[in-house]
Design a protein around this ligand. Sequence first.
Ligand code: SF4
Length: 329
Amino acid sequence: MKIGIPRALLYYYYIPLWRTFFEALGLELVISRPTTKTILESGLRHTGDDVCLPVRVAFGHIIDLKDRVDVLFLPRLVSIARREYICPKFLGFPDMVRQGISGLPPLIEADLNLYRRDSLYPFFSALGRNFTSNRFAIYLACRRAQQVQARYIQLLENGFFPEEARAALSGGTGEEQREPARGWPRVAVIGHPYNIYDPYISMNLLSRLARSGVHVCTADNLPETLVREHAARLPKHLFWSLGQRMIGAAWHYLQRPDVDGIIHVASFACGPDSLTGELISREVKRRGKPFLNLTLDEHSAEAGVVTRLEAFLDMMRRRPLLQVGGNGR
Ligand code: SF4
């Protein structure tokens, strides 16, 4: 049986987990093709203007997949951490897809809700029963999937980006430390994984920075505990997992002397991003680091992004402290 997974939304966090689980149960995975203009445009045609860009792109990925698979995996993500929720768009996503796209294959929609528990087993148990009645096989697949996911997270924390980490995992070792980058300056790119790691949506932001000699780090390169420690400085607990991750990471990088600037990547029409963007920019003003806020939508023009990026890099290079070789370089 072929199971389709869209290369969108939390694909960038969870694909090793899903892949290992489904392959252990004997399913063949089909991932949608990398985002292109065609994928984006088909997503735009099937969604309203009030929907954020990542969800519109995800629709395009589902259309890319729907005629090539037997079933589609669209988990209903309610909560991915204890006492926290995730953006409601994830919760309603399977319903939006069912309403917006016709001719779909059967949807596999197990609920992932870790609000009151840490264990992923109930989720995988419900998911696995769609394909087998062998509970032991489901248990083993779940255990194996979590082991692979833990190695993936470790690789991200060692400095890898998701694509590199997946390549290292399939190479079999999975314990490597990324070569320390010699790039200067060092810039933290803070944004949702489905924006910053999708080269089409981000207009090749990460590779563009790397080509300019910039060493890039992201929220995913930090351990969860460290991010949470920083996010806990907020007067009120932020109960959106992704927003908390953005803020905790931004605040950590802001106080690091070896990080020269921050780029915040937001989606147009994203409520959580407007809040996190504001909190981050207030803290940036207090700390006085170069800051660039990029808000992406389907109309974002590459030339505009490149111009702003170049101005931002120029600003960092012209900072008096750096001109005289500050930060020990
Ligand atoms: S967090 Fe923002 S960008 Fe992500 S799905 Fe929700 S509204 Fe869209």
